[in-house]
Design a protein around this ligand. Structure first.
Ligand code: PLP
Length: 830
């Protein structure tokens, strides 16, 4: 078709369309009912809440799609440098409430639904979580996408569309059981399947030398090809027309048939083999700290990286003839080492398929990639056995060897023949199982290596990547993590938000969070204090109802709600919390009745998932239940102390629990939490922190002042020396006593808890629970004293929110955009 014809046709089609979708109540109602009838295929006279939710979501999605199309057209026209954010995990949670808030049409929808006899909140509860990630790292990716959209950056997210997200945690008799997360069983209205956007991804096979125009070329003959099909998830920014894309890949059998197996007549086996291809994107690995060179894991990594790069290069080539401009148009962010195979893949594509020279390809790779690491310990870094990589991706192994050869040669020129250091820095680890060190590959190539808090960067410089830092100090930076106030305040705590907007006289803080500092001046104002307390009360009532429904335990909202929700890990020290609760219980039991009046009532809330193979973490969950059973059923204790475990912690549970908390615990052994982001969400919601000097907490202290927190414990630089003391480091008597209670079977399951108790015996207490116990109890006592002084507590709470501005992901993203990615906003006109 000639250009003129096409233009005329487009104009005719545009003439047939209404303008953009309207947001008045009648239009919204009509749209919802149309979706009931034509999308959900139910009669508009008879549909239930779930069907109403589906129709509602489709109607919101229509509005999202309009903006998303406009944004992409605009990006296409402007052709700015784009950021591609590669992450194997995105913990998005629910989409409905966040979307309507960012689109600025929440109230309109609530009114429209009201008139139809539905309640927006009730329908929003129908949505399941998209849990395509484990914890902090994955939720961070989700927060960063929200900020990228809101700040109008030309960005794309790329990841995997797992059929099963993070397992559901079921508690049976106090033990964790894992159940698959069938999150797609009821459909997912937020995604758009792009059947025509698909790419073949190759695995296995051999590499052969071939001549091309007199030059030797490497040709990879794959042994298996799997198709990657795109599923797009439009993500709206707040108060902007921009909506960006999160493209997730699903594996489908390839259409390229293996004629031989079909011809041999074994039709059924041939089809079944094809079907196996789909397993690549089936399931998320549920361990958030260690990945032991599993074949499926490597295939997942390469699958999403290869498809994403094919997509990125295709988009680039649509408007560019050669690769000279590639680094000016493309920034590739590697979120932890999970996508690091992208470095070898870019080299392969540029050399083998685009026929660039090695030097040119390497120059491009070094300019486009940046890397953020979330690791704190050298042992935690990802390694892939050479045999495995060579089998699954034979050409990539050759390329990695070549990268390493060049790197080692360059290094020798700089540091001479220091073989110990050369072997520490080599991308190839020799030894029992020869492996590829994915972090070393990333550092060798990426122009920037980012830590996620200031102290994390120090640890990277001094311990984890010391050799690399000494070689390339300029590569190392940090961007303290942040979270999005849209989801973590506006969606989850509307009461508090309207109060803040009223006192600040503006809603602009939702976009420009530094304005929250304006609350400081009113922190002692009795009127604000009263309203602040009321907002907290309402949130606590909601949480108390939830707890009662879940566990049957009735809790008093006058008690302090003391919360620790996060993945269960020895380093996060839920055990320290539980031992502290046992101590509190023991003290109350041994108190004169008359003294009990002075006890500050507490509801201790713990929640989090343990990796399925992490035995000690699972024992911690069981111990929590066993202790809860004893305390909650002790009539002598009444409302003075309650302990509840909230099962299946996920984003939507966090949205409910965080606003209703008074105190939250972030008590990792110093030097073990790279940043921590849960703390930031509590802070924004006016919840006081009881914390160690670790990760981003150190920077939180600087922002809100140590007086407004309850800090305790060894500092990062003390920990190595303390560990060296071994058995000399004696735990205090109170600690020995509570551990003994567990050992002696006070809470039952004596044999089962033995190995758990062993981890904190003198000399074996790696995470220093015993050492920190006394100062932990002091911090807890300080929290009790502050809680009874309502004026003081509320002031501290207001000052926490007021000082939380730095911990918005908007700030993090601005820093990345300027200092790492070199991208500029590209705001789509309304
Ligand atoms: N898991 C979920 C569901 C979260 O929402 C968050 C952060 O809020 C995390 C894990 C990480 O929490 P933390 O940084 O406290 O470990």
């Amino acid at each position: 078709m000639e250009f003129g014809d096409r233009k005329a046709k487009a104009e005719k089609m545009f003439g047939l369309m209404d303008e953009f979708l309207k947001n008045d109540p009648v239009s919204l109602q009509k749209d919802i009912l149309d979706h009931v009838e034509y999308t959900v295929a139910r009669s508009r006279f008879s549909f239930d809440d779930f069907e109403a939710y589906q129709a509602l979501s489709h109607s919101v999605r229509d509005r999202l799609i309009e903006r998303w199309h406009d944004t992409h057209q605009y990006f296409k026209k402007k052709d700015p440098k784009r950021l591609y954010f590669l992450s194997l995990e995105f913990l998005m949670g629910r989409s409905l409430s966040n979307s309507v808030i960012n689109l600025g049409i929440r109230d309109q929808y609530a009114d429209a639904l009201n008139q139809l006899g539905f309640d927006f909140e009730v329908l929003a509860e129908q949505e399941g979580d998209a849990a395509l990630g484990n914890g902090g790292l994955a939720r961070l990716s989700a927060c960063q996408m929200d900020s990228l959209a809101t700040l109008n950056y030309p960005a794309w997210g790329y990841g995997l569309r797992y059929q099963y997200g993070l397992f559901r945690q079921i508690i049976l008799d106090g033990f964790q059981l894992e159940q698959p997360d069938y999150w797609l069983n009821f459909g997912n209205p937020w995604e758009i399947e792009r059947v025509h956007v698909s790419y073949p991804v190759k695995f296995y096979g051999t590499v052969e030398d071939e001549g091309l125009n007199g030059e030797k070329m490497k040709v990879w003959i794959p042994g298996e090809t799997v198709e990657a099909v795109a599923y797009d998830n439009p993500l709206p920014g707040y108060d902007t027309r921009n909506a960006i894309n999160l493209r997730l890949w699903a594996a489908k059998p390839s259409g390229q048939y293996d004629m031989e197996s079909y011809n041999t007549g074994d039709y059924i086996s041939a089809v079944v083999d094809r079907q196996k291809a789909e397993t690549i994107s089936n399931v998320l690995y549920p361990d958030d700290r260690s990945y032991q060179g599993k074949e499926l894991r490597l295939k997942q990594q390469y699958f999403f990286v290869s498809a994403s790069l094919q997509d990125i290069i295709r988009r680039f080539k649509d408007s560019h003839d050669n690769f000279d401009d590639f680094p000016d148009k493309v920034a590739l962010q590697i979120n932890d080492t999970h996508p690091s195979i992208a470095i070898a893949e870019v080299m392969r594509v540029l050399i083998d398929e685009e026929h660039l020279s090695w030097n040119k390809a390497w120059d491009i790779a070094c300019k486009i990639f940046s890397f953020t690491t979330h690791s704190v310990q050298p042992e935690g870094l990802e390694k892939i056995p050479v045999d495995l990589l060579g089998n699954v991706l034979p050409r990539h192994l050759q390329i990695i060897y070549d990268i390493n050869y060049n790197f080692m040669e360059e290094l020798k020129k700089k540091i001479g023949q220091d073989y110990d250091r050369l072997s520490r820095m080599s991308i190839i680890e020799e030894g029992g199982v020869k492996s590829i060190r994915m972090a070393n590959l990333s550092i060798a190539c990426c122009h920037t290596v980012n830590g996620v808090s200031r102290v994390h960067l120090e640890l990277l410089k001094m311990r984890v990547f010391k050799d690399f830092y000494e070689l390339w100090p300029q590569k190392f930076q940090y961007k303290t993590n942040g979270v999005t106030q849209r989801r973590w305040m506006v969606v989850s705590n509307p009461n508090l938000c309207s109060l803040i907007s009223k006192w600040l006289g503006t809603e602009s803080w939702i976009r420009n969070i530094d304005l929250l500092a304006g609350l400081q001046q009113y922190a002692s104002d009795p009127d604000l204090q009263y309203e602040w307390e009321m907002a907290k009360k309402v949130n606590k009532m909601r949480l108390a109802e939830y707890i009662e429904t879940l566990s049957g335990v009735k809790v008093s909202i006058d008690a302090m709600f003391d919360v620790q929700i996060k993945r269960i890990h020895e380093y996060k020290r839920q055990l320290l919390n539980i031992l502290g609760i046992i101590h509190r219980y023991d003290c109350i039991k041994n108190m004169e009745k008359s003294d009990r009046r002075r006890v500050v009532p507490r509801v201790c809330i713990i929640g989090g998932k343990a990796a399925p193979g992490y035995d000690i973490a699972k024992k911690i969950i069981k111990l929590c239940h066993a202790v809860a059973e004893t305390i909650n059923n002790d009539a002598d204790i009444r409302d003075l102390l309650k302990l509840v475990f909230i099962p299946d912690y996920n984003v939507s549970v966090a949205e409910l629990v965080i606003p209703g908390s008074d105190l939250s615990q972030h008590i990792s052994t110093a030097g073990h939490e790279a940043s921590g982001t849960g703390s930031m969400k509590f802070l924004m919601n006016g919840c006081l922190l009881l914390a160690t000097y670790d990760g981003a907490t150190i920077e939180i202290t600087e922002e809100i002042g140590a007086d407004n927190m309850f800090l305790f414990g060894a500092k990062v630089n003390d920990v190595p020396a303390l560990r060296k003391k071994g058995a000399e480091l004696k735990a205090p008597l109170q600690f020995a006593r509570v551990v003994r209670m567990v050992r002696d079977g006070y809470f039952g399951f004596k044999d089962y808890f033995k190995s758990l108790c062993d981890t904190v015996e003198d000399g074996k207490d790696f995470y220093l629970l015993g050492y920190d116990f006394a100062s932990y109890l002091e911090a807890q006592a300080a929290a009790d004293r502050a809680f009874v002084d309502k004026e003081k507590w509320t002031r501290m709470s207001i000052l926490s929110t007021a000082g939380s501005g730095k911990f918005s992901s908007d700030r993090t993203i601005e820093e990345y955009a300027k200092e790492t990615w070199g991208i500029e906003p590209c705001k789509c006109p309304f």
